[in-house]
Ligand binder design. Structure first.
Ligand code: 4GY
Length: 233
């Protein structure tokens, strides 16, 4: 799968995609990520990409020409299915289900806004969907884009080490993950639960299921009988 991040700060995320599991997936050719500089598409003689808002008001708005040209140029080089997503607090809330949906595309274009946002006509002309990673406002769409690349990538075949089946982790099936322990057996007087030490795998399985349910009830009761946005089913 190919990810295309369109941004005014292409250097901001590159180190993120070079590191850890995502970096390894790129090296292995399972995914590719490219950060494209929207400014390189400006036809303005001063290389401007933004202007003051019509109707007045605070701040600057990213202009149609560089953003539209950027999206269309990037799109013209892609093969297969493409989804164009604008990272914005006004969008649909991102969760595991959306990540699963996106993982079915050949290409994902993630458009990152800055300043007061982008000219509305860009959304009308070239954006398939607005997507929010949470109900808070950031200074730009880059960190949200990194979240989407990460959450979508880890669902793709071969990205996670075989042992870490993504289906078993927190929130798959609507429950939180059971508590984890590693050596030593005792730390500052706190002991690892006895059941994990006796090698009885049926017992361990049963204990973990019970723990998952218990801690969901205690920490995130809204997840029980609700979808991942806390919406009633
Ligand atoms: N929350 N989820 C988010 C965001 C920054 C001004 C428009 C979010 O996705 N994006 O806060 N983005 C704003 C900054 C321009 C995007």
């Amino acid at each position: 799968m190919h990810f295309e991040v369109l941004t005014l700060f292409p250097d901001m995320l590159r180190p993120v995609f070079d590191a850890s599991i995502i970096g390894r997936a790129v090296q292995a050719g399972l995914i590719s990520v490219s950060c494209t500089d929207i400014r390189s598409y400006t036809k303005d003689k001063h290389r401007r990409v933004d202007d003051t808002p019509y109707g007045g008001g605070y701040g600057m708005v990213m202009q149609c020409q560089p953003v539209i040209d950027c999206i269309r140029d990037v799109k013209s080089r892609l093969e297969g299915s493409v989804r164009v997503v604008y990272m914005s607090p006004q969008g649909r809330l991102f969760n595991n289900e959306v990540a699963k949906e996106y993982a079915a595309y050949d290409n994902l274009i993630l458009l990152c806004g800055h300043y007061e946002g982008i000219d509305e006509r860009i959304i009308e002309l070239e954006v398939d969907e607005e997507l929010s990673v949470g109900n808070y406002v950031l200074t730009g769409g880059e960190l949200p884009a990194a979240i989407v690349v990460d959450a979508v990538s880890r669902r793709l075949e071969g990205v996670l080490p075989a042992a870490e089946c993504s289906e078993e982790e927190s929130l798959e099936g609507g429950l939180l993950e059971y508590p984890q322990y590693t050596r030593p057996r005792e730390f500052e007087g706190l002991c690892v639960p006895e059941v994990l030490l006796n090698g009885n795998h049926a017992e361990i399985e049963k204990w973990r299921k019970a723990q998952s349910y218990e801690r969901t009830l205690k920490k995130r009761p809204e997840l029980l009988n609700k979808d991942q946005n806390g919406e009633k089913q």
